[in-house]
Design a protein around this ligand. Structure first.
Ligand code: PMP
Length: 353
């Protein structure tokens, strides 16, 4: 080892789903949207003038912030934008979780949470979901340095009704409570409705799933102005220009086209409901996912085997190792045709086993 290598920061990084290349493959492994972004996004992309890139972008991304504020009926001071919701969540960890007390999040959840905790030196405790993968609000009644959970949860897709989200907030009035709503557009009621009553609530969203813009990297948070100001202070202490010019322009275009947004989200949720039935018909156990993915386990065939044979067919799904989840596959909802190809193969494979 070289002497300076002894001083490298040692971390175990988050492992994103693979991004295989190729025209024929069916990619159901990273919860991307199978439909393109709104037509106005494509137009705005074509109209982008390369010479405009000479200048730094607006550090406050005011156009995008204003568009989001208008969309959600909030003041611009209640919106924080970032490079995907991963950036927003990372900033939130840095900003809010400094009490030295453990932050609470579910044992089965987005696997980036413990990575940020380790990176930023935030102590944490995981709270077990019940046997049907549900969050129990009463379990969050212990002393903590903050609470964080996705709703719907990942990778289970399970949704926590708004009354229960509020129950968690009632139990946690003195710490920041973060609801990660990456998948809320596919089902359920947003905690946005609770912002007026809970000044310690931060609701985090992304353009990566329901708005088909994973490649653009746009995420945001909604909360009381004091929370947002605190996050801005941290952001401006790290990188002033998080949002590039294309992200700002295309993000605004996406928000303008509500009809397209509703249509594509509607198509995905309809495909999801049909897919639940198909999976169950083939002998899979399937959570009642409200997200754009399904969390499934076959009664006889191990998940790892299915993962491998699907991969040989160029059908990519996600398999997580680890307690409670390793029997399951997470399958993103694709187009009707993609799902049909998946079920054709699974139908013949599981019947031969
Ligand atoms: N939260 C959850 C629960 C997710 O599954 C993801 C997607 N990996 C994210 C946040 C981050 O998404 P993005 O950075 O693309 O907004």
């Amino acid at each position: 080892m070289k002497p300076w290598e002894a001083y490298y920061r040692s971390v175990t990084p988050y492992v994103p789903g693979e991004q295989p290349q190729g025209a024929r493959l069916i990619k159901l492994n990273t919860n991307e949207n199978p439909y393109p972004p709104a037509p106005g996004v494509a137009r705005a992309l074509k109209e982008l003038d390369a010479s405009a890139l000479r200048k730094y972008p607006d550090p406050a991304a005011s156009e995008l912030t204003a568009a989001l504020a208008g969309y959600h009926g909030l003041a611009p001071e209640q919106i924080f934008v970032g490079v995907g919701s991963d950036d927003v969540l990372g900033m939130a960890f840095l900003t809010f979780f400094n009490s030295g007390k453990p932050v609470l999040f579910p044992d089965v959840t987005y696997s980036f949470y413990p990575v940020w905790a380790e990176l930023f030196g935030v102590p944490y405790e995981t709270v077990p979901l019940d046997e049907s993968f549900q969050i129990r609000p009463e379990d969050y009644a212990r002393e903590n340095g903050g609470v964080l959970f996705p709703n719907p949860n990942a990778p289970t897709g399970c949704y926590l009704p708004l009354e229960q989200v509020e129950a968690i907030l009632r139990l946690n009035r003195d710490v920041a409570v973060i609801v990660d709503e990456a998948y809320i557009d596919f089902g359920g009621t947003s905690a946005r409705e609770l912002l007026d009553r809970y000044e310690n609530l931060l609701v985090v969203r992304t353009f990566s799933k329901s708005r088909s813009l994973a490649g653009m990297r746009i995420g945001y948070a909604m909360g009381a102005p004091s929370l947002i100001r605190a996050m801005q202070n941290v952001k401006y202490s790290y990188n002033s220009y998080t949002m590039d010019l294309p992200s700002i322009r295309l993000g605004v275009e996406s928000i303008k086209d509500e009809a397209y947004f509703r249509e594509t989200v509607g198509r995905i949720t309809a495909t999801r409901e049909r897919a639940k039935e198909r999976f169950r018909g083939l002998g899979f156990v399937c959570t009642d996912s409200m997200a754009n993915f399904l969390f499934v386990r076959h009664e006889k065939v191990p998940a790892e085997e299915l993962f491998e044979v699907l991969r040989e067919q160029q059908i990519y799904v996600r398999h997580f190792r680890g307690p409670r989840v390793s029997d399951y596959l997470r399958v993103t909802v694709g187009t009707e045709e993609e799902m049909e190809a998946l079920f054709q193969f699974l139908g013949s494979y599981v019947s031969r086993r």
